[in-house]
Write a protein that binds this ligand. Structure first.
Ligand code: NCD
Length: 334
């Protein structure tokens, strides 16, 4: 694995290797000294063309915990046309000898373009591209689910997958790269997925995805769910009215207090409630649900750092050909 661009193209062995390495990284982040020397002398560039709080900070914390040097490049607001600016920026980063570029971009496919272009030699990590993919988010979600599912089954999470886990992903699937990355990865790991949304917020072609589709959140809960993932209503990507009103949306598609109580009434005592953040409290998720003991929102954030450590570790120090010795800088110059 040279880059991490999507989960659609992530093999099952690679996915399991990242999750197992994440277990080791999580153990490091629980120590008093949360640092490993693994990427000493390597440079990681955070190249963010779109707003982000938790993802950027998470990658920064992960790189620092592996002792890499981190450069934050907030490219948002550049007036240069997109293709050109990406190339110019990439060549600048190459000149600065970046070993890994973490890129978030509003255009679907930008990370792939960067990886395929030959403009840079660095490993490319997709931190969210348009409505396409957000692979590290799906990996941290899968890691969170895997730990939970292993606990429910009374087995060790290391080496295990998500066979038998019933996941429902509800809300703005149309605009969600998180939903797409989750669908592919969950399929690879053996979970079953139901997408729940109003028809206007489902993409064309969704019936070709490896999922069930439902328009009724209550019916989906009644059928039995182990992990309920709520998606943010992505107002910034909407240029039309996709639902009548916010009130109507939260009544039909939101995980509100009534649906939280419903999990108890249905005897679903182990069901977790997930959200990638940032949350619109009161819209797709109620505060009581977001703060309840079923909520894994903060676990997801915590696990995000460990997943990104594992990803960078595997990409940058995984193969002997990319070792950290001085010969690797020689290789770059040649
Ligand atoms: C997600 C994103 O940017 O795609 N958020 C994140 O990575 N923290 C989901 C979202 O913005 O709704």
């Amino acid at each position: 694995m040279r880059h991490l661009l999507s989960t659609q193209e992530l093999s099952r062995p690679d996915a399991l290797q990242i999750l197992d390495t994440t277990e080791e990284m999580a153990a490091v982040t629980e120590r008093e000294v949360k640092k490993l020397p693994a990427l000493r002398g390597r440079t990681v560039v955070n190249l963010f063309f779109e707003d982000s709080t938790r993802t950027r900070i998470s990658f920064e914390a992960a790189a620092k915990r592996l002792s890499a040097d981190v450069i934050n490049f907030a490219a948002k607001g550049s007036s240069v046309s997109k293709g050109e600016s990406l190339k110019d920026t990439a060549q600048t980063l190459e000149a600065m000898s970046a070993d890994a570029v973490v890129i978030r971009h509003g255009a679907s496919g930008a990370p792939q373009r960067l990886a395929d272009s030959g403009w840079i030699d660095a490993a490319v990590i997709n931190a969210g591209d348009g409505t396409h993919e957000h692979p590290t988010q799906a990996l941290l979600d899968a890691f969170t689910m895997r730990r939970h599912w292993a606990k429910v089954r009374g087995i060790s999470s290391v080496g295990s997958d998500l066979t038998g886990l019933r996941v429902a992903i509800a809300g703005d699937v149309l605009h969600s790269r998180v939903a797409r990355s989750n669908v592919w990865l969950l399929k690879t790991l053996g979970a079953t997925v139901t997408l729940v949304a109003p028809p206007t917020l489902l993409p064309l072609g969704v019936h070709d995805w490896p999922v069930e589709v439902s328009y009724d959140l209550d019916a989906t809960l009644e059928a039995g769910v182990d992990a309920m993932m709520m998606l943010r209503v992505q107002g910034e990507r909407m240029n039309a009215a996709f639902f009548p009103s916010e009130r109507e949306y939260s009544r039909r598609w939101g995980f509100d207090d009534g649906r939280l109580a419903k999990l108890d009434a249905l005897g679903l005592k182990d069901t977790i409630v997930m959200h990638p953040g940032p949350m619109n409290r009161g819209l797709e998720i109620s505060s009581a649900a977001a703060d309840s003991s079923r909520s894994t929102v903060l676990d997801q954030v915590r696990n995000g750092v460990a997943v990104r450590m594992a990803t960078m570790y595997l990409l940058l120090s995984g193969s002997p050909a990319q070792s950290t010795g001085p010969e690797s800088s020689e290789r770059k110059k040649s």
